[in-house]
Write a protein that binds this ligand. Sequence first.
Ligand code: SF4
Length: 493
Amino acid sequence: MKILLVYPNYPDTFWSFKHALKFIFKQATNPPLGLLTVAAILPADWEKRLVDMNADALDDNDLKWADYVFISAMAVQKDSVTKVVERCRKMGISTAAGGPLFTADPDSWEIVDYLVLNEAEITLPLFVDDLQKGTPQHIYASPEWADIAKTSIPDWQLIKQQKYVSMCLQYSRGCPFECDFCDITSLYGRTPRTKSREQVLAELDAIYQTGWRGSVFMVDDNFIGNKKKLKAEILPAMADWVEEHHFPFTFYTQTSVNLADDDELMQMMVNVGFDSVFIGIETPYEESLTECHKIQNKHRDLVAAVKKIQHFGMQVQGGFIVGFDSDPLTIFEKQIEFIQKSGIVTAMVGMLNVMQGTKLYQRLSREERIIQAGSGNNTDFSVNFIPKMPHETLVNGYRKIVATIYAPEEFYQRVKNFLKEYRPLPKKAVRISWCDIKAFLRSVVVIGILGKERVQYWKLLGWSLVKKPRLFSVAVTCAIYGFHFRKIYEGYM
Ligand code: SF4
């Protein structure tokens, strides 16, 4: 059996980092971990190839080679998925698909021959079994959660690592919280399921043996969902492992804001090499936090929490949302003020996007306020529901936020606010690679000479050299990120 695994294209989004990747001569941020894991679950004697369309073109010859094309995708990849499936149909090649896009709304994917939904550890072996018997069904689904302690180690041989910024590792699935706009708990449950210490180390070994040195993204939706096990078993084991291997990786991940309540946990993460975390801040407005059940963000000084994490040595990337029913008309100013004060350089602000499978979707469906399926792109200008405030007010207010926080003056001021607070461990701050040097030289030309933000760029670099010389490379990275974010939002203005 010949299986072609295809990861469809992302549009040009905030998280694609497309305009930043050019500075470091990379094609994509992360490889498709789901498909690499699927490949490892498939029978060992099947032939497998993988095309990540974010890193390589999907050639007709690749399709012709395959007996089946397996696709994995999220909502944001929908348009590309449709094109790939149509190409396959024209060429008479059968398709099988899984992942959040298909699990959330299987009825929309009649054009796919086989839908392998929910968690692949459970449904994929059933499909493979039927395929081998010659009796495959159209849909495979299961309400059960997989025991991820038994999940196979991803098949890293299928990708060209040099095309990516980071490798990936999943330690847990699920989240103990229940924010009403988020589909993680319906996809993966509220009780975090975790891998064993041995398994995490085996996955680190597997990445290390490929020769990779650099960044590793722990892809968990909430890495600290089970703090007890993390602190007692996983982080101590990772600390020993990175030391034995002379600190080959840095890590970044996603957590809830209650990370800031646990000094010991933050210190353990920093010691292992975590240098960045993404946190859903959503809104500084308490009533809107109540509305969306973001209880972990309530009754706390969110700016202080962010600064504390930065102070421990981890950059905070933040998600922000406008468009909640409770949002007052002043929300746009409040968000700008919060983001500037917090020093969150990578601030992903989006209008509420109502995704299928969420509690919010159920409520707004009952209220007959859903207009169309969510795009999964948190930063485009489409609104897929009827908001409480006038649509035009919401869109114009949103436009004002992103136009302000990514304007050169405000953006570079925010970078400075961040660098003043940021205290990374010394050994990590001075590690400069050849790739960093190339990125810096390119930034000098593209931003420092040709960019409209060149004055702020040189001012920041000058300030960094005098006040924070150890953080010079971080300042350059932030400038490159800012260039990407401006390009993304300019595309929508
Ligand atoms: S904390 Fe994050 S992952 Fe968990 S439910 Fe809320 S938004 Fe989703």
